[in-house]
Ligand binder design. Structure first.
Ligand code: PLP
Length: 390
């Protein structure tokens, strides 16, 4: 019910709305991705790298102090402990292995906070493949440590100056580059966005998160079902991974948290599902923040990884069907929640992740509710922002 269909749609959302020039690349990917991903030797290679290179399985940590404060049994899925500091590496390992099997020799990527750029530069170094990362100039300035990391790893970082010079603009440039290098290049997209089959492919690579949560909960709680899974939503890949194996278990409440920026009504936010309407962005039909005449609205969030005017088509469908409840948190609420997690649990979360924690005080839990927070990444890259705010 929540899986993509043959045409690449989740309900009314998804598809592949692409220029003619991209058709060969997308078609090649579409016809091969499932065969490659289901191949035993591919899975073997993928699982080995997830374990030995990325550090999986990541722990499911019982957060005693947060649990006491919010009156529930709160577990943190520690994607922040993945190599390179976020869930992004799950997807980049998968995609680079797939690119190799398709005979590709160059990799391009877009990045917002720089986490996806770093994860891509990392696997390119691992495989000895050249890597170009497009990054909005605004993000280049606010995420300096990650820019330095990418360059150290051997990637070429290209600052993009169009629009707000953030993630949307970087994605446009990466797509443009791909069109002009159709034969030898794979575009490692960083979230469950873009034309079919990217959303489905990325969701499958990230689904290892909920696969592990189920196994870990059996050991810790005696059954695989939490009462809630909560994750922040930029494009939606960490949320898709954390929700994936619970989508059909309707008694598990799934909550996605968007960035409300300076407030939902402020004109400065990135809360796509709260504010958007159906439209087409980066090759797929999805919910999209736009003006009355259909121009994409420039998004805003203190967190570069959530600063995107669209959302993956899977989430648009989950919103429409009501399977997932979407909430939002402002910059201020996220910063406060990030500080709280730092001081109560000794874990500094990424600003993206902090948005997920910011809804804990808006929910009413029963005492024995099991709540899984997807701790999508660590906050090292955000120290400057946190410090200024304190
Ligand atoms: C990139 C990023 C996000 C947002 O991307 P999704 O595709 O929505 O997961 C969230 N958290 C962290 C730590 C990130 O690096």
């Amino acid at each position: 019910m929540y899986q993509v269909n043959e045409q690449g749609f989740y309900g009314e959302f998804g598809g592949a709305y692409i220029p003619e020039m991209l058709h060969p690349n997308i078609e090649e990917l579409r016809t091969h991705y499932l065969d490659i991903m289901n191949d035993a030797s591919f899975q073997n290679e993928f699982r080995k790298l997830l374990a030995d290179f990325a550090g999986r399985p990541t722990p499911l940590y019982y957060a005693a102090r947060l649990s006491e404060k919010y009156g529930a049994r709160i577990y943190l899925k520690r994607e922040d402990l993945c190599h390179t500091g976020a869930h992004k590496i799950n997807n980049t390992i998968g995609q680079i292995l797939l690119a190799r099997r398709l005979g590709k020799t160059r990799i391009i990527a877009e990045t917002g906070a720089g986490q996806h750029g770093v994860a891509t530069a990392t696997v390119c170094a691992l495989m000895g493949m050249p890597c170009i990362v497009y990054m909005g100039k605004t993000d280049v300035e606010r995420q300096k440590p990650n820019v330095a990391r990418m360059r150290l790893l051997g990637a070429e970082v290209i600052p993009v100056t169009s629009g707000n010079a953030t993630l949307k603009d970087a994605t446009n440039e990466a797509m443009r580059h791909w069109i002009t290098h159709p034969d030898d290049t794979h575009y490692i997209i960083g979230s469950v966005v873009g034309p079919h089959p990217f959303p489905d492919m990325v969701a499958r690579f990230q689904s290892v998160i909920s696969e592990e949560i189920r196994e870990q909960l059996v050991r810790k709680e005696g059954n695989p079902y939490p009462d809630y899974v909560i994750a922040c939503v930029g494009g939606g890949s960490n949320a898709a991974g954390a929700f994936y194996h619970f989508l059909e278990d309707e008694h598990v409440q799934l909550i996605g948290v968007e960035a409300a920026g300076k407030g939902l009504d402020s004109g400065h936010s990135a809360a796509t599902l709260a504010l958007g309407k159906p439209g087409i962005l980066h090759g797929c039909k999805t919910m999209l923040m736009q003006t009355d005449d259909g121009q994409v609205t420039e998004p805003y969030s203190v967190s570069a990884g959530l600063d995107y005017p669209g959302v993956g088509p899977l989430h648009a469908h989950l919103f429409k069907t009501g399977r997932v409840t979407f909430m939002s948190a402002t910059d201020e609420e996220a910063l406060r929640a990030g500080l709280e997690v730092s001081r109560m649990e000794g874990i500094i979360p990424a600003l993206e992740t902090a948005h997920a924690f910011a809804v804990l005080n808006k929910l009413e839990f029963e005492k024995d509710d099991v709540v899984v927070m997807n701790l999508s990444g660590r906050g090292d890259k955000d120290l400057e922002t946190y410090s200024k705010w304190i």
